[in-house]
Write a new protein. Structure first.
Length: 186
């Protein structure tokens, strides 16, 4: 571990070394599968959360709070159930609403589509949250994490971290799973 007291910070700022150090910082990705939704609505896109889905959000948000995860950006499928899931997490965890970016390609998006969107993330973003749907979210989890899971149940969450891996390289190298929970474990 370097002794940061001995670094000439003024020289680092002048030469741009600080920018390089900042650019290669730790990245944290929080994956959330939307909470349990009602079975029927006019369209699949319009399915709202069920009462169980709303209560599951509260349970999972409570255990997620222990991780002190504050997203710099929230990528969100614009379906009703993902937007309501985001609303519940924002309410319980006091996340800033202005970090939300609705992205139509995340609605039922495949793993490769989700990875494309993650790879577009700017390097100034250190903590990214993606709220989406199965099968893509489970496949994404297995693509970027050092752990495997058969299925991410509704309202499950996983935090995956990497050090010095830029967003555009996610999926090429696996990160470390630092936290996982779902309504049955919460």
């Amino acid at each position: 571990m370097p002794d940061f007291r001995s670094i000439d910070w003024e020289a680092c700022f002048k030469t741009g070394l600080f920018f390089i150090l900042r650019q290669n910082s730790m990245k944290r990705l929080l994956l959330i599968r939307h909470a349990k939704a009602e079975r029927y609505a006019d369209t699949d896109f319009e399915r709202p959360l069920s009462e169980r889905g709303i209560s599951d959000c509260a349970k999972v948000a409570k255990v997620l709070a222990s991780q002190n995860f504050m997203p710099d950006k929230i990528l969100l499928s614009p379906s009703k159930r993902t937007m309501e899931t985001a609303d519940e997490f924002i309410r319980y965890l006091n996340w800033p609403e202005e970090t939300i970016e609705l992205n139509r390609s995340l609605y039922l998006g495949s793993c490769s589509t989700l990875l494309q969107e993650i790879r577009k993330t700017g390097e100034n973003i250190e903590s990214l949250c993606l709220i989406g749907h199965n099968d893509g979210i489970t496949e994404l989890f297995n693509s970027v994490s050092d752990m495997k899971i058969d299925n991410m149940p509704t309202c499950s969450v996983g935090i995956i971290v990497t050090e010095e891996i830029p967003w555009q390289d996610w999926g090429k190298v696996r990160g470390k799973l630092r936290f996982y929970s779902d309504p049955k474990r919460a």
